[in-house]
Write a protein that binds this ligand. Sequence first.
Ligand code: NG6
Ligand code: CA
Length: 508
Amino acid sequence: KKPVFILIVLFTIVTSCKDNKNPRIEEVKEPVSKKLPNIIFIYADDLGYGDLRSYGAQDIATPNFDNLANNGIKFTNGYATSATCSPSRFALLTGTYPWRNKNAKILPGTAPLLIDTAQVTLPKILKNQGYQTGIVGKWHLGLGTGNVDWNTQISPGPNEVGFDYSYIMAATQDRVPTVYIEDGYVDNLEPNDPILVDYDKNFEGEPTGTGNPELLKFKGDLQHSEAIVNGISRIGYMKGGKSARWVDEDMADHFLEKAQSFVKKHKNEPFFLYYALQQPHVPRTPNPRFVGASGMGPRGDVIIEADWCVGEFVKTLELVGLLENTLIIVSSDNGPVLDDGYVDQAIEKLGNHKPWGTLRGGKYSLFEAGTRVPFITYWKGKINPGVSDAIISQVDLLSSMAQLAGSNVTTTDSENMLDLLLGKTSEGRKNLIIEATSRTAFRQGDWVMIPPYKGPKLLLNKGIETGNLDTFQLYNLKEDPHQDQNLAASNPNKLNEMIETFEAIRGG
Ligand code: NG6
Ligand code: CA
């Protein structure tokens, strides 16, 4: 029996040695996880279809956005789902049209979390596939369950809907609380100076824009004339938290630094980063380095600042050697607006620049410039540069990115457009529902149909046409990109066909 015993011992030694540095297992393991590409969304706030040089702007230089657009795919029919922020962000992360959720409207800083923690989200899917998931920048999807205490853990929030790491502003730059929140805790908060936030009434003794205009760097309209922080009056009231309050002029650098740290920290594992820039939303507060850079006043200056951030961020990816293994998607949450509540010369200094490009409307509008935005995919060495006229919506990113990460999870509204995003096909969506301040319209092929809506045709102070009309509107975008010729009366067949499909998708 001895030789058999020796043989068994030898066999065990040989196989265990092999196991220890088993090259096959190593080989299989390593490349699979390495192969999963990193995914980055760079999401601007209120950047218009015509705000980038690569999208036709002549009077503003945006070399870093353009580098991605010109060396990646520039989509000319890329859409945010909505003409305002919270609904678009809701769709981006959940792959669900925002009009399915009646609470998906512009949220105050005290709104509860808009996403159900049981709901499928893109960061959850990617996390499941082994990704490190992070968000840096604007959140604006609500926090907590109502009555948030800002001095303790703020939950649920981004970390409860799939993000491993979050460094956010709660709502918008013009809304309180004006503090950064890291993984559910207000950053830099002194426990002996608690923060109180209220959207209805002021705290005794706290200055407001209305009461203390002498404290302001620039004036706001009535809604933007409440709490004063850093010489800027906001929407909502706030008290305390002095050490935690942000300095608006440093916000771009601050978020950039957090985004760069996230990338450096996770350079050895697949990651998803949602880098949500705050520009060019109001209040527009360029760092002094960018003041005057555009000659267009603060709105132009912060676009140049955002462009610089994009450049620095891409440099970081290159530096850590990840550019070839990272898909970068750039877009905006809604169309452009000039006067959105502060006196900042956005109109006076605009010159010939057209933030809406060739399109009609703007932020808040059902016309094209409300939801059609810059939409760029870039992947060094992987995506062949080109221009795509295919229809694609941000709601499709959930299914498409799931696919990229090896998951088949999808939703009713989110179409898998991975091949389109990577330039492997020119086929996009057949149709799309767009939304603006709770009104919806329907695009199908080259056509767009806007149902009748009551309400003002023009937002007077903003100079933006809402898309409201008391009869149906029908436009052929190929022949009439600016939506000047309403063909509803002359083309009833097309109109009826569009109404039918639209109602079927909307559920009657
Ligand atoms: C509006 C604000 C506007 C801006 C917007 C949100 C007023 C009059 N206007 O209600 O200034 O904050 O909300 O913008 O209050 S968004 O890009 O986040 O949707
Ligand atoms: Ca926005």
